[in-house]
Design a binder for this molecule. Structure first.
Ligand code: NAD
Ligand code: IPM
Ligand code: MN
Length: 361
């Protein structure tokens, strides 16, 4: 029987990079002998334009009926003047994460050998490459904490958000980070701001308690300001970085760029039953949308994470990762990652090259 996938391409470069991910999924199903059934649905700005809301009930129904969601990106200048609560990011992406309880966001930032020169860090810092996994709590913290509000006028006009974590929320994301580290270098660095924020004092305490269940894993704690600095000073020191919602958002863009481009960082957002939404960590990139130059690799690697985490097709996922690595070795690169002397290829040429590589092996 076919596996069902909800395909939500969204806005900006979303549809451009999604087309390449679908090509790649088609190639692996042919090669590894399983079947995928895609249901496309509008989300974000395009859904506002076509249905009057960013997350129509019909789109949510498609997601509910599927085994996983492959998501592009949402938002852009066209919808930025809407009331904040109606904008694509807040009215579609955050509710989707909350609805499916996708608390565990995995963002693997690994430098491919061929992209060492695309990393903005000095060659001696990059060395033979680094491999950091950002584990970001995704359904709580300051993004969702109540109260939120805005009132008044004049100099006293004010607005507020609330950063709040429950013990159970910290425990479950910490366990995911420790478990993930056991498949890696067994080091977890918990990122917080315990020197200032009460919520983060609590975060640190709970993470320490959870660590007792994982005596084989080395735990350390770091403040977010130092963490952003250490990540560019020496990324090799990190294995798993455990972060709350907002710090994880910030750290993951930094980590993405260290791998060469925002267009390289895939992500998996999972709940406790392995249902997931898989999306690039970057956004709709309005500055390059419609030009056929966006890098589809983050979307393609997100599709690989979908195969691995939600469908258990580990071999197909590994084949995609290997093909990406191989075509980068062949100097097939989009503009954002093109190393000196390389003539950049288009979005679709990149997708075609990855498909050809998969089918050739
Ligand atoms: P962005 O990630 O869209 O773009 C930041 C920079 O990275 C831009 O220069 C862009 O060209 C580049 N970039 C991103 N993805 C790329 C790719 N695949 N290939 C090549 N270059 C790439 O961030 P932004 O400009 O802050 O946000 C633009 C819009 O996207 C906003 O509306 C924002 O809210 C939204 N956004 C959506 C998501 C999502 O849907 N998951 C994530 C982040 C931002
Ligand atoms: C991300 C994005 C989202 C976030 C926005 C678009 C709501 O930046 O997935 O990193 O902040 O989580
Ligand atoms: Mn982000």
């Amino acid at each position: 029987m076919a596996h069902t996938i909800a395909v939500l391409a969204g806005d900006g470069i979303g549809p451009e990079v999604m087309a390449e991910a679908i090509k790649v999924l088609d190639a692996v199903q042919q090669k590894f002998g399983f079947a995928l059934e895609y249901t496309h649905a509008d989300v974000g700005g395009i859904a506002i334009d076509n249905h009057g809301e960013a997350l129509p009930a019909s789109t949510l129904a498609v997601c509910e009926a599927s085994e996983a969601i492959l998501f592009g990106s949402v938002g852009g200048p066209k919808w930025e003047s809407l009331p904040p609560a109606q904008q694509p990011e807040r009215a579609a992406l955050l509710p989707l994460r909350k609805h499916f309880d996708l608390f565990c966001n995995l963002r693997p930032a690994k430098v491919f050998k061929a992209l060492a020169a695309a990393c903005p860090l000095r060659a001696d810092i990059v060395g033979d490459g680094f491999d950091v996994l950002v584990v970001r709590e995704l359904t709580s913290g300051i993004y969702f904490g109540q109260p939120k509000g805005r009132e008044g006028s004049g100099p006293d006009e004010r607005a507020w958000d609330t950063k709040i974590y429950k013990r159970s929320e910290i425990e479950r994301i910490a366990r995911m980070a420790f478990e993930a580290s056991r498949l890696r270098r067994k080091k977890v660095t918990s990122v917080d701001k315990a020197n200032v924020l009460t919520c983060m004092v609590f975060w640190r305490e709970v993470v320490k308690e959870v660590a007792k269940e994982f005596p084989d894993v080395e735990l350390s704690h770091i403040y977010i300001d130092n963490a952003t600095m250490q990540l560019v000073r020496d990324p090799h020191q990190f294995d798993v970085m455990l972060c709350g919602n907002m710090f994880g958002d910030i750290i993951s863009d930094e980590a993405a760029m260290l791998t060469g481009s925002m267009g390289m960082l895939a992500s998996a957002s999972l709940n406790s039953s392995k249902f997931g939404l898989f999306e690039p960590a970057g956004g709709s990139a309005p500055d390059i949308a419609g030009q056929g130059i966006a890098n589809p690799i983050a979307q393609i690697l997100s599709a690989a994470m979908l195969l691995k985490y939600s469908l258990g097709q580990d071999q197909a996922a590994a084949a995609i990762e290997a093909a990406v690595s191989a075509i980068l070795d062949k100097k097939i690169m989009t503009r954002d990652i093109a190393t000196p002397g390389v003539t950049p290829v288009s979005t679709s040429a990149m997708g075609d090259a990855i498909v050809a590589e998969i089918l050739a092996n």
